[in-house]
Ligand binder design. Structure first.
Ligand code: FMN
Length: 184
């Protein structure tokens, strides 16, 4: 069982529309147990796979989904959220979101937060092996690596869509270790 400690860091956990999105719930739970503040941002596609209630219950924080839902504070949320974070983790990261980040596209809350990031960004790809091998995806990963974005995974093995290959989300424990290396 994981020991509870008190860590003051705030982690943005961006969850995107991958079949592996359910594993982000375990990651959120493990980080919270460790005493971290975890704020989950779901893309619209992620909401087809996992629900806000799961993450709100696990993190004890509101889940953020809508770029334009800032009327309560009258302040665009993405800048504040980005500046407050010690680390942004995108897990699982779709081919789509990797492509958007690499291309400087900010058309939803998560990609706006990543673009405004003042912290390291850790990207944990998860996709079908053919998507992962696509030269455009590989080029995007290389571009982001050169720009200082951190990557964890993907692994090789059984893919939830029934195929075998490289593209499986790194194990939650491995992602957790990568997070601890970036923000001990
Ligand atoms: C059942 C299903 C599973 C999917 N799994 C993945 C996946 O693991 N990785 C991926 O890159 N895209 C996957 N997709 C496609 C993405 O959901 C799609 O590209 C979407 O536009 C991603 O949006 P987002 O990056 O804003 O979350 C899947 C789609 C479906 C219908």
């Amino acid at each position: 069982m994981m020991a509870t400690s008190s860590k003051s860091s705030s982690i943005i956990l961006g969850v995107t529309g991958s079949i592996a999105a359910f594993k982000a719930a375990q990651l959120a739970s493990d980080l919270k147990k460790e005493g971290r503040e975890v704020v989950v941002v779901l893309t619209k596609s992620a909401q087809k796979f996992v629900g806000e209630a799961t993450f709100e219950a696990l993190t004890h924080q509101p889940v953020l989904v809508d770029l334009f839902d800032f009327r309560k504070t009258h302040k665009p949320e993405h800048i504040d959220v980005a500046l407050h974070a010690s680390l942004i983790v995108v897990a699982p990261a779709t081919a789509n979101v990797i492509g958007k980040i690499a291309s400087g596209i900010a058309d939803d809350l998560l990609t706006n937060i990543v673009m405004a990031a003042a912290s390291p960004v850790l990207i944990c790809p998860a996709m079908n092996d053919r998507m992962w091998k696509n030269p455009i995806v590989q080029n995007n990963v290389k571009t982001l690596g050169k720009l200082g974005y951190h990557f964890c995974g993907p692994d090789e093995g059984y893919l939830a869509d029934g195929y075998e290959g490289v593209g499986r989300l790194a194990e939650v424990d491995v992602i957790h270790e990568a997070i601890k290396k970036l923000i001990p």
